[in-house]
Design a protein around this ligand. Structure first.
Ligand code: KIV
Length: 289
């Protein structure tokens, strides 16, 4: 897919504005898994900005506007302080920058836990203000009622079990989950409850691999792994992690590029040229005609 597209100028009430192509839909993602088998694994990456979305869009089935933007973009110590305003602003940017992948926006801590009604208000705001296709929330059995409530009211929900970063203050850190039999059983129950409540997919983060495999076999909806297993129905990574923006990353991250090195190298060269007065050169300045 190139970045130049033929605009489809035919309009209808279902498609009122010309667009380069039809976006993937949430039902299409859900139906990737048929009778327990996902022939084409689901590709998801995080995106927080319009330009990042443009670059990732053609390669991904889902773009996740993760609340990990708290740490990655805003330098916050965890995702706990992230607000609905931040998610709405970044969600809208990612929708503007994409037209192929379905966009999922994370519901931030404090915007959905109190009641299904509160969750509906927050999720409806995200759908209206961003144009995203679905929301994601963290938690298992305790959130099943909320997932059912939102789904029944037209809001597709992606679940998130295992290591749930918004619960860092209860978990005490970001270590892998499910190392005891009781905890493993609880995570599997959580995933089952979300799927039965209507979640269209479930992120499984930071668990012992056997748990991710057991969940993937147990639930009808697709599972999307991060620190989970290649046997999940899809995978997600935080884009900045896999691009090498940070010196240290969790064990489950594979680094595909060294963007930090590239940025730092370019800045060093720029600084050198500014100090030597060799930038701007003749090509970058306006001369009399
Ligand atoms: O916030 C996020 O980026 C996430 C992914 C790591 C799944 O929830």
């Amino acid at each position: 897919m190139s970045t130049t597209f033929q605009l489809d100028t035919s309009t209808s009430r279902a498609n009122p504005t010309p667009s380069p192509m039809k976006r993937l839909t949430i039902p299409a993602i859900r139906q990737r898994k048929k009778d327990g088998v996902t022939a084409q694994p689901i590709v998801m990456l995080t995106a927080y900005t319009a330009r990042q979305a443009q670059l990732l869009d053609e390669h991904c089935d889902l773009l996740l506007v993760g609340d990990s933007l708290g740490q990655v973009i805003y330098g916050l110590p965890s995702s706990v302080p992230v607000t609905l305003d931040m998610m709405a602003a970044h969600g809208a940017a990612v929708v503007r920058g994409s037209f192929h992948a379905a966009v999922v926006v994370d519901m931030p801590f404090g915007s959905y836990e109190a009641s299904p009604q509160h969750a509906f208000e927050s999720a409806a705001r995200l759908l209206k203000e961003t144009g995203c296709a679905a929301v994601k929330l963290e938690g298992g059995e305790a959130m099943a009622e909320t997932v059912a409530f939102l789904t029944a009211r037209g809001i597709p929900v992606m679940g998130h079990v295992g290591l749930t970063p918004q619960a860092v203050n209860v978990l005490g850190g970001y270590n892998a989950r499910g190392r005891t039999e009781a905890e493993a059983a609880k995570i599997i129950c959580d995933a089952r409850a979300l799927c039965e409540a209507g979640a269209f997919a479930i992120v499984i983060e930071g668990v012992v691999e056997t748990i991710a495999i057991a969940i993937t076999q147990a639930v009808a909806c697709p599972t999307i792994g991060i620190g989970a297993s290649a046997q999940c129905d899809g995978q997600v990574l935080v884009t900045e992690d896999m691009l090498g923006m940070f010196e240290r990353v969790p064990r489950f991250v594979k680094i595909y590029e060294n963007i930090a090195g590239t940025i730092s190298g370019a800045a060093a060269l720029y600084a050198e040229e500014v100090r030597a007065r060799t930038f701007p050169g003749i090509e970058q300045t306006y001369q009399p005609k």
